[in-house]
Design a protein around this ligand. Structure first.
Ligand code: FEO
Length: 396
């Protein structure tokens, strides 16, 4: 499949309906994804990015139907991660002398991954590549989301090829943001931002403002995953600015795992206390055994406060809780409040372990953790309700 986007610009990527996991097992792609590659056939022909390695042959065969491969004058590697560079070896075997444009870090990464001495050309912000009447203008985008990332802008057509920025893992052959289900699109965009871009919030704000200050006319944003932003493309830019500003909604999320339902009962009582507080706040419960971890991260992203619980096992926490704490640590959430709880039979370290981890991850912690010995009795139930209420009223 390929299609015309505007004038001499074509989408030549791959829609991956089968993708279930991304970044190894780290990111769930419940709605599949796309690897967007773009072909510009002006006086000079340029290819922007490729697709993931397993689709190399299919990609190159389809590309050859769209253009004589020998007529490709420039290959642009906006980002070296294999979901975009994976088909380069297959392609470059057929056009070995064609120049490949990338950033300085892109060069390191492409060489490190493929061990090939292609005709590399390093570009930096402001560099231009003439395609005839139109130019491609490059802007380095370090840490959006890798050190090598960059975007390029096609003058004349006013198309921004933003690579991972503004992308989302969402397969649809409709291919334009205005044609797909808006709730599904939003859900995938916020999940993508929460799970991938949160640690880079300050860089996102700085880079977007830098690009906006150039006052470039903008017709469409063409990311490397998901739908092309055709209708009011600035909508996703404005959304990114909101998300990058330590985004939060009026929500408290109670997250837990449980062995024999004691910690689960505590979670429900804490949630009851939040509901009964005089704050009109939305409370959500996430049982880690039953919820997708990336969806839980998205709920944390939306929350102004989180409360995490685990029973004590082998003087530690359940592995599902350890895993979410590790994910949280890497994402560098800021300006959020947190508390910790857990029931125990013997030693009872879990709540303190969770609290220490969240504090080290940058959360402002409640004064006390909440521990219950054995299953909560009536007195403990009241303590849990009071704990939730106090967290909501006094702290969040
Ligand atoms: Fe950072 Fe879509 O790869």
């Amino acid at each position: 499949m390929s299609f015309n986007i505007k004038n001499n610009v074509y989408w030549v990527g791959k829609t991956d309906w089968e993708l279930e996991r991304f970044h190894g097992y780290e990111y769930s792609t419940n709605r599949g994804s796309t690897y967007n590659s773009y072909l510009i056939k002006e006086e000079k022909t340029a290819l922007i990015d490729t697709v993931w390695g397993p689709y190399s042959k299919e990609f190159v065969e389809n590309l050859a139907k769209e253009t004589d491969l020998g007529k490709i004058d420039y290959v642009i590697a906006n980002h070296a991660e294999p979901d975009h560079s994976g088909a380069l070896p297959e392609l470059m075997r057929k056009i070995p002398d064609t120049p490949v444009y990338c950033t300085k870090n892109g060069l390191k990464s492409l060489k490190g991954q493929y061990h090939q001495d292609w005709n590399f050309n390093v570009v930096k912000t402001g560099d231009k590549l003439s395609l005839g009447d139109k130019d491609l203008v490059f802007v380095e985008m370090p840490m959006l989301h890798w050190p090598d990332s960059m975007l390029c802008y096609l003058t004349g057509d006013s198309l921004l090829f933003s690579n991972d920025a503004f992308g989302h893992h969402y397969a649809s052959e409709l291919m334009y943001s205005d044609l797909v289900d808006q709730a599904e699109l939003y859900a995938e965009c916020i999940k993508y931002y929460a799970n991938i871009l949160t640690p880079f919030n300050p860089m996102v704000t700085k880079k977007i403002n830098e690009v906006l200050s150039l006052n470039l006319p903008l017709d469409m944003i063409c990311p490397s995953h998901g739908m092309i932003w055709r209708d009011h493309p600035e909508q996703i830019v404005e959304q990114y600015l909101k998300w990058a500003d330590n985004y939060q909604e009026n929500q408290i999320t109670v997250i837990y795992d449980t062995m024999w339902n004691g910690t689960r009962k505590m979670a429900e009582c804490i949630a009851k206390g939040i509901r009964e507080s005089d704050k009109d706040v939305n409370v959500k419960l996430c049982h880690l055994e039953k919820r997708d971890k990336n969806d839980v991260i998205t709920e944390i992203f939306k929350s102004k406060g989180i409360i995490i619980g685990s029973p004590t096992v082998n003087r530690g926490v359940l592995t599902s809780v350890a895993a979410i704490l590790e994910l949280i640590k890497g994402l560098k959430f800021r300006k959020k409040k947190a508390a910790a709880f857990g029931c125990y039979g013997w030693s009872g370290e879990s709540a303190k372990i969770i609290s220490d981890s969240l504090e080290a991850s940058g959360f402002e912690m409640a004064d006390e953790v909440l521990k219950v010995n054995w299953n909560p009795d009536n007195e403990s139930v009241e303590k849990c309700i009071e704990y939730g209420k106090k967290f909501s009223e006094k702290f969040v």
